[in-house]
Design a protein around this ligand. Structure first.
Ligand code: AMP
Ligand code: ZN
Length: 117
């Protein structure tokens, strides 16, 4: 896979240089357990292509951003949380983004407040 960034934590997880608990992989998308889960189900779903976040996404990235959400829905079904889960994309430090490789959080398995903090 090209487009990996050796300075990026999630690129290193995708390439297997840093271990992670893989949940799902296909040609375009990789998913793994969050190392500090904030809910009983907390999976990170990432494009294999490196881009920092939604602010940096291009029109050509629309497909893979959609694919990440469909993978989230499939994992939610597998874990029987489809009656109440949340997908979250934190955008920028002000929203708590700490890893600058776009990722969708899948959170489920507990009550989720609205609005989020
Ligand atoms: P964000 O704050 O939206 O950028 O989310 C980054 C997420 O990555 C956090 O929920 C972290 O717990 C998670 N994380 C950081 N390092 C690792 C790692 N090595 N393996 C799995 N998840 C990680
Ligand atoms: Zn990356």
């Amino acid at each position: 896979m090209t487009d990996l960034n050796s300075d990026c934590l999630f690129c290193r997880i995708i390439s297997g240089k840093i271990p992670a608990k893989k949940v799902y992989e296909d040609e375009h998308v990789f998913a793994f357990e969050d190392i500090k889960p904030k809910a009983p189900t907390h999976v990170l779903i990432v494009p294999k292509k490196h881009f920092a976040g939604l602010n940096e996404a291009q029109a050509e990235d629309a497909d893979v951003i959609g694919r990440c959400h469909l993978v989230a829905a499939e994992i939610a079904r597998q874990r029987n949380v489809e009656q109440g889960y949340r997908t979250v994309v934190n955008v920028g430090p002000g929203a708590g983004q700490t890893v600058f490789h776009l990722h969708v959080h899948l959170l489920g398995g507990r009550g989720l407040n609205w609005p989020p903090g």
